[in-house]
Ligand binder design. Sequence first.
Ligand SMILES: O=C(CO)[C@H](O)[C@H](O)COP(=O)(O)O
Ligand SMILES: [Co+2]
Length: 221
Amino acid sequence: MMSTISPSILNADAANLGAALVAVSNADFAHVDVMDNHFVPNLTWGLPVVEALVNRNVLPLDAHLMIEDPDRWAPAYAEVGCASVTFHHEACRDPKKLVKEIHRHGALAAAALKPGTDPKVLKPYLSELDMVLVMTVEPGFGGQAFMPQMLPKVQEIRQWLKAENLEIRIQVDGGISRANLAQAAEAGADVFVAGSAIFRANNPASEVEVLRGIAQEHVCH
Ligand SMILES: O=C(CO)[C@H](O)[C@H](O)COP(=O)(O)O
Ligand SMILES: [Co+2]
C-alpha cells in the first residue's frame, strides 16, 4: 500500500499560502485545515481561499473541515475541486448522505474522529468511505503534542478494514514528526499529515522526503 505525506499549511505563512504549497510540491497531497470558530475554538479560512489554492494547481488538496454543519458545506469543497474532503463525524447529521454528496461532486470522502470519539460510530458507513482520519491531537491548533494513546484506535480500525477486505486509508493528523511517524505507520496508518514538523524545518521539501522514507519503511499492510 502506498504511503502518503500530506503537509498541513495551518502554521505556514498565512499571507503566502500559495508559496507554502510550492515549498512542499514534492508531497502527495496538501492538507488544508478549515476552522469555523464553532466546532473548534479557532478560525482559519473558508471556501474562497481553498478554491484559490485549488486553482494554483500545485498539489491535490485535502480539505479537513473542522466546522459545524458539514452536511451543508462539505459538498462545496468538492465542487471547487478539492481532491478529498474530510468532515468530522461529531458534527455530521447524515454521514451516509454526505459521503454520497461528496462523491457526486467528484472528490474522495473521509470521516474524522476527535480523540474522545469511539471509532465504532463509523461502522454503519465505514465501507462507503475512502479514508478515516484519526486525530492525534484535539482539533483546533497546530503545534500540539502527538497523543500516542490514539494508536490503539488506529489498530482497531485497521483490523476491521483487514477483516472486511476494505481498501480504505487511515490518516493520522496532529503532532506527527520523525519522532513518531514510524509508530503510527506500524499501528496501521498510511496517510500522514504533518504541519509544524514540515514548516518549521529549515527545508520543508527535504523534511517531506525524510517523513516519506520513514513511512515507506514502516507502513505494514
Ligand atoms: O487538524 C489540525 C489541527 O486541528 C492540523 O492538521 C494539525 O494540527 C497539523 O499541524 P501539526 O502537525 O503542527 O500538529
Ligand atoms: Co488537520
